[in-house]
Design a protein around this ligand. Structure first.
Ligand code: NAD
Length: 443
């Protein structure tokens, strides 16, 4: 098998036990980066769990985020910070949620570990192996609990599939396929117009979008990835595909009401159709209360109003990964921008049956060979499917159990999460080499 291993087993040693902490009272929380994830997704739920958590401090470089979330979470002005240096002068709470953008995660986590925080760290951690090693070593040295936001492991549907596989309901797992439907509008929002459009400023898309999928691959395979290969490219969002006569901004373009990627259709028409929600992705355009006038204004002045064919993005719009795990299980991942809806479709093949799951539906289907099909209705298994199918909230609940000493280690501990990051780094390496097979660890 060709290809260089990307990391030595001797360098990354598993942290077998993370220091168990017993926080006797409510766990105090600080949030570094109160954007869509830190503020809206996690902060709001943490704030709602008043018997478990109390948010005591915030830091964000954007004053309007601080204003919004300090009011929402009742955090005193003197406990809010506009720059990380000031904020990281001392430890301000038991737990720190780090939800800034991709490139800052390791730098901030290293500082936080040394201050003695337990950390909930947004993914991706880093696309640099040396940084991953340094973070892992430092966390081990300080005995720090670091939980990574691989929220999908905590969703009810994923837990159900894992339970069925572990109970051998399909015999021995042989292989599985996973289709990550990015959705045409989400790709345009995040990877053409948004934060993840430039490979210079963000992690590769296979890391940014699919480190969840890669993490789930090793979760289901129940084994470390041995090697993988990957192909993919940016096929469509290029100047040569710009419709005839299109302008650089959608708002004054003759295709404004017909182009599938028109910013007016995605941000104004869709916002109206959805009942004018104050939610992602619309809140990414403006911190003010959303109105149609405000959205139109942002389409005139921000990158979210730009034509997707301007050529300002350079990240792939489709990518395949084919992986072999140490226990012999094989798996495919297909990341695809060109889908109408988002979500994953998964199919698991075992020696005695199959499992089918489509995130857009509400059920997991077990098809046992020579037996009746069994259908598990997800909404009957939980009353909270908000935020990644309930995963965001269940993860915050799980962090509490770890910090209280009721659980040894989170499902998405730093060690487990690093494995999927190594898979993403190997995938990009393979893709750039034209699909060469890459080993994950050197034997
Ligand atoms: N776990 C998941 O499923 C998931 C989903 C989406 C995004 N993410 C990740 O979450 C992270 C945040 O994404 P987002 O969508 O919330 O972005 P965002 O832009 O909405 O929020 C980031 C916030 O961090 C602030 N910030 C940036 N640099 C800072 C610094 N040095 N100090 C203090 N504040 C700073 C920004 O002002 C902003 O408010 C990203 O790394 C992203 O890849 C994870």
């Amino acid at each position: 098998m060709g290809g260089m291993g990307i990391i030595s087993n001797d360098i990354i040693k598993p942290i077998i036990t993370q220091t168990r902490r017993n926080f006797m009272s409510t766990i105090t929380v600080s949030i570094l980066g109160v954007g869509a994830r830190g503020g809206e997704a996690y902060g709001s739920y943490v704030h709602a769990c008043k018997d478990k958590y109390k948010i005591v401090s915030l830091c964000d470089v954007n004053p309007s985020k601080i204003e919004k979330y300090s009011a929402l979470f009742n955090v005193r002005k003197e406990d809010c910070y506009l720059n990380e240096e000031e904020f990281l002068k001392e430890k301000r709470s038991d737990l720190l949620i780090i939800a800034t953008l991709d490139q800052d995660h390791v730098r901030l986590a290293l500082k936080a570990i040394k201050l003695g925080y337990a950390i909930l760290l947004e993914k991706p951690i880093s696309d640099n192996v040396e940084e991953l090693v340094e973070l892992q070593k430092t966390a081990k040295e300080y005995g720090t609990i670091v939980v990574v936001c691989h929220v999908l492991r905590y969703t009810v549907a994923i837990r159900k599939i894992k339970e069925l596989i572990d109970a051998k309901k399909i015999g021995e797992l042989v292989s599985f396929d996973s289709l990550e439907q990015v959705a045409y509008w989400h790709y345009a929002h995040s990877y053409v117009r948004g934060n993840w459009r430039s490979s210079k400023n963000a992690t590769p898309m296979i890391m940014a979008k699919c480190c969840h999928d890669l993490d789930l691959m090793q979760y289901f395979a129940d084994s470390k990835c041995e090697s993988l290969s990957s192909v993919g490219a940016l096929r469509y969002f290029k100047p040569e595909n710009k419709p005839e006569g299109a302008t650089d901004r959608c708002i004054n373009c003759k295709h404004v009401d017909t182009c599938a990627y028109s910013a007016k259709r995605i941000y104004v028409d869709e916002w109206n159709l959805c009942g004018k929600p104050n939610a992602w992705p619309f809140t990414v355009l403006s911190d003010k209360e959303l109105t149609e006038e405000e959205l139109f204004e942002k389409l005139k002045t921000t990158r979210y109003g730009e034509c997707v064919f301007n050529g300002y993005n350079d990240v792939v719009d489709h990518q395949f990964v084919t992986a072999t795990f140490e226990n012999g299980v094989t798996a495919n991942l297909n990341m695809m921008a060109f889908t109408k809806g988002g979500g994953r479709i998964m199919r698991f093949f075992g020696t005695e049956g199959e499992i089918l799951y489509d995130e857009a539906g509400d059920h997991v289907t077990l098809k046992r060979f020579g037996g009746e099909n069994e259908v598990y209705v997800i909404s009957k298994l939980t009353d909270d499917l908000t935020g990644h199918g309930g995963g965001d909230h269940r993860m915050i609940d799980a962090v509490y159990e770890v910090l209280k000493g009721n659980a040894d280690v989170a499902d998405t501990s730093l060690d487990r999460s690093i494995e999927s990051h190594l898979m993403a780094i190997a995938s990009e390496k393979s893709r750039l080499s034209g699909g060469e097979r890459v080993k994950i660890h050197i034997d």
